[in-house]
Design a protein. Structure first.
Length: 424
């Protein structure tokens, strides 16, 4: 029943607003039948750029939706398999294909090649002020541009012809990270540059198939690992800066992609291609505990994840490469509180009595506290009036099962959601 935890925070808000909630975390976004989705990038304005594969009867190229996936417009590069997409700070669109990187300066209406002579371009990272990187393989690992992709130079050669750069991420203080995979076993792992790509060092996960990297808002580096050349073990790893080592957070998963929202929630895209578990694995506590959130997925094998600026998350599944989107934003702690409103639910963890303390100068006749268990079942609903100033309410929880619970509090225009723990 662990996969029922996917909609916990979303349930809280939608129950209050609509007195009902969806049983699914995901919904399918319709795309043309003639395309096979491969890469995804979302403009800051919410428009969706979709890269597709040119294989069998599927039409390769780039598509654009300006209405949240309701309709799609073909934007060019017909017959090209698009492995990666990126949008820089001034609105240029970049598409990585086999051997060439293409650029559009007019929102996809026209394209031109800015660099050739590479293999499959699997990663593009736009940093700022024209600085950007692209990752490939077959000896040429990373190329860099300082002028919005117009000119390029090679800054990193992968040690072996079979090693590929699958992801590049920009970190703080001119730090760049690159995740690589060497399918023949001669390398792989994570490389780091502390000078915007001038020089690189290997920082671990040798022989691991690193498919994707992500940094949290606090700067912590996470890696999605498909497997290990000798042990076969994949999963999610976090880099320990102090000891310069990697800590595995969850293992025995063929991880393909990773995304972290502004709330620090981790989303791991997992493939079931070798017979293991697959789908999207989520952690709400920095990787300590995990739950599957697969309800609504057309296939439990996820090859790509993408977080939108509005905190919706998109996924592409392996079967026909179908595009999905979360039914609600992944960050559902929505607060419109002013400085005069403060709410605290304590103690946390709690054993028997749970107290709700409200400090607000605004009276309200329509207040509520709703608590759900980890399966999404309603445990407690309190409706009350708030006279203004300080107020403390209490509820007895002695018969609740120890574990994790989720709450939502609404007081006029103020809304707060969170997690509480019932101790033994």
């Amino acid at each position: 029943m662990k996969n029922n935890t996917f909609f916990l925070f979303l349930l809280l808000l939608s129950f209050i607003a609509e007195h009902s909630y969806s049983q699914d975390f995901w919904e399918i976004i319709s795309t043309p039948d003639t395309i096979r989705n491969k890469a995804l990038s979302i403009h800051p304005n919410g428009d969706i750029f979709l890269g597709t594969a040119d294989i069998w009867n599927y039409q390769g190229g780039v598509y654009l939706s300006t209405d949240n996936g309701e309709t799609w417009e073909f934007k060019g590069l017909l017959g090209k398999s698009i492995f990666s997409l990126a949008i820089d700070s001034v609105g240029n669109i970049f598409a990585g294909s086999c051997g060439k990187l293409y650029k559009s300066a007019d929102y996809g209406n026209s394209w031109y090649s800015v660099i050739g002579g590479l293999d499959n371009i699997l990663a593009i990272e736009c940093v700022n002020n024209g600085l950007m990187f692209a990752g490939s393989g077959h000896n040429i690992g990373i190329v860099r541009s300082l002028n919005y992709g117009e000119d390029w130079d090679t800054v990193f050669m992968v040690p072996g012809w079979e090693e590929y750069v699958y992801d590049i991420k920009n970190g703080p203080n001119n730090t760049i990270f690159a995740g690589t995979t060497a399918h023949m076993g001669g390398g792989g792992g994570v490389y780091r540059s502390v000078n915007n790509g001038d020089t690189w060092e290997h920082i671990g996960l040798l022989y691991h198939y690193v498919q994707a990297l992500s940094l949290s808002s606090s700067g912590r580096l996470f890696a999605a690992v498909y497997g290990h050349h000798y042990t076969g073990i994949g999963g999610c790893y976090i880099f320990d800066e102090i000891n310069s080592d990697w800590i595995i957070l969850t293992e025995n998963l063929n991880s393909m992609d990773i995304a972290i929202n502004s709330n620090g929630d981790i989303f791991l895209g997992v493939s079931d291609a070798v017979g293991g578990l697959g789908g999207v694995y989520r952690s709400l506590d920095g990787g300590e505990t995990w739950q599957w959130i697969n309800s609504g997925l057309s296939h439990n094998s996820v090859i790509e994840l993408c977080l939108a600026p509005d905190e919706y998350i998109y996924s592409i599944t392996y079967a026909s490469h179908i595009l999905h989107r979360s039914i609600n934003p992944t960050v559902s702690v929505i607060s419109n509180k002013t400085d005069s409103t403060k709410v605290d639910l304590f103690p946390n963890p709690f054993i028997e009595n749970l107290y709700l303390k409200i400090n607000s100068s605004v009276p309200s006749n329509n207040c509520s506290l709703v608590i759900f268990d980890i399966k999404g079942a309603l445990i407690k609903k309190m409706e009350f009036t708030h006279p203004g100033n300080n107020q403390i309410l209490t509820t007895n929880s002695s018969d609740w099962i120890p574990g994790i619970y989720f709450y939502n509090i609404i007081i006029e225009n103020f809304s707060q959601s969170g997690k509480i723990i019932k101790a033994n």
